[in-house]
Design a binder for this molecule. Structure first.
Ligand SMILES: CC(C)=CCC/C(C)=C/CC/C(C)=C/CC/C(C)=C/[C@@H]1[C@@H](COP(=O)(O)OP(=O)(O)O)[C@]1(C)CC/C=C(\C)CC/C=C(\C)CCC=C(C)C
Ligand SMILES: [Mn+2]
Length: 388
């Protein structure tokens, strides 16, 4: 059974609803036990200044985003459990080319994602190369709709990009970067679905600039960022000491992608509005007494602050859910993931420090805070999987 938990939350004069997938806290996969799941979510509700006035549980809405995404998770988890990999099609004659391909991916990752890159250096050479290759594919995909040539990108161009993806999965890469990914997906139990879904997210960016409710936004966040978590887990690996199910680890990986994307959205409200885009649930905006116009005007009012408090709280809950899974990963993979989690989560603190002005002030984490987070993440990453 799957569906959502809807909480009616009050703070002072403001009342708002917050929706979460209820497998979110579930430890029993998909089979029933709704009550248990609701009970589990309770400790996650922040206490300071907020009260929960009602909880309702929706179940078995077959086409909800949570169900769609959960099906992908179950399929990916099965692949990782069975360690299903394709037979390698790369012979010794291609080794030099392949090394060159991975070196190029390493350069891109080191240049564009310094923190991720630093973290990958602790991993085994095979794993770090694979993460670089995945990073480069994701970055290129994102660049199609977010990069300098974005205004020329059409649905047909995305179809071509998907054809290229299919080909590289079949062992027919088009260029050097694709070479690296083609090799990676041969070596690790990586499925094509999350890659296709990321392209779907880019399609949605071409045709959609509003999200009616959190269910719609959740699906978008899965497409563009949750997918990264699903692509990365087969490479990072689950600790041999982990007692968690593969679904639980995937659930945390998905949560990290969603948390990152929600944070990215909250940081970039002003920037997105200037491009005519509002990645915020329209129904929650209306409930808070806000309209698109308020966002385009970019005035920081109490209504806006209260609305933002609710959005930040929800993003933090996804980070909390993600954190549970980090200790279940292979030891060398924990640090980079935790470091990126701590750094990205601090963007939410920075929005608060800016008094919720995400229209004209960019929330960023300063160098000192970044430097403090790295050893902190390292110390915490030493903790192994839970023994329960
Ligand atoms: C070590 C580590 C975290 C590895 C992941 C490396 C990797 C493959 C990253 C790809 C990132 C990428 C280029 C995604 C394309 C879409 C996109 C840009 C998404 C946004 C990232 C933030 O980038 P930025 O701030 O530069 O955004 P702008 O383009 O400037 O707007 C996202 C917000 C999402 C990225 C999502 C993740 C990094 C999810 C990571 C999850 C895992 C690695 C799973 C960890 C496992 C457990 C069990 C917790
Ligand atoms: Mn962005």
């Amino acid at each position: 059974m799957s569906g959502s938990v809807v909480l009616l939350i009050s703070s002072g004069e403001t009342t708002m609803t917050s929706t979460f997938p209820h497998h979110f806290t579930g430890r029993n996969n998909v089979n029933g036990k709704v009550r248990k799941r609701v009970v589990r979510i309770m400790p996650l509700i922040p206490s300071k200044g907020f009260t929960v006035s009602s909880i309702s549980v929706t179940t078995d809405k077959p086409s909800s985003s949570v169900d769609i995404v959960y099906e992908v998770i179950v399929k990916q988890a099965k692949l990782v459990r069975e360690q299903k990999v394709r037979a390698s099609s790369v012979g010794p004659k291609d080794r030099n080319l392949l090394n060159e391909a991975y070196d190029r991916c390493q350069e891109v990752c080191a240049e564009y994602a310094k923190t991720f890159y630093l973290g990958t250096l602790l991993m085994t050479p095979e794993r770090q190369r694979a993460i670089w290759a995945i990073y480069v594919w994701c970055r290129r995909t994102d660049e199609l709709v977010d990069g300098p040539n974005a205004s020329y990108i059409t649905p047909t161009a995305l179809d071509r990009w998907e054809k290229r993806l299919n080909d590289l999965f079949e062992g027919h890469p088009y260029d050097l970067y694709d070479d690296a990914l083609s090799d990676t997906v041969n070596k690790f139990p990586i499925d094509i679905q999350p890659f296709r879904d990321m392209i779907e997210g880019m399609r949605s960016d071409l045709k959609k600039s509003r999200y009616q409710n959190f269910d719609e936004l959740y699906l978008y966040c899965y497409y563009v960022a949750g997918t990264v978590g699903l692509m990365s887990v087969p490479v990072m690996g689950i600790s041999p000491y982990s007692k968690a199910s593969a679904e639980e680890v995937y659930n945390s990986a998905l949560a990290l992608g969603i948390a990152n994307q929600l944070t990215n959205i909250l940081r970039d409200v002003g920037e997105d509005a200037r491009r005519g885009r509002i990645y915020l649930p329209q129904d929650e905006l209306a409930q808070a007494g806000l309209s698109d116009d308020d966002i385009f005007r970019g005035r920081v009012t109490d209504k806006w602050r209260n609305f933002m408090k609710g959005q930040i709280r929800r993003a933090r809950m996804f980070f909390d859910e993600a954190e549970k899974g980090v200790t279940e990963l292979n030891s060398a993979s924990r640090w980079p993931v935790l470091a990126s989690l701590l750094l990205y989560r601090q963007i939410l603190d920075a929005i608060e420090v800016n008094d919720y002005n995400n229209f004209t002030k960019r929330a960023y984490v300063g160098k000192t805070k970044k430097l403090v987070s790295l050893p902190l993440a390292y110390a915490r990453a030493l903790a192994g999987p839970s023994k329960v």
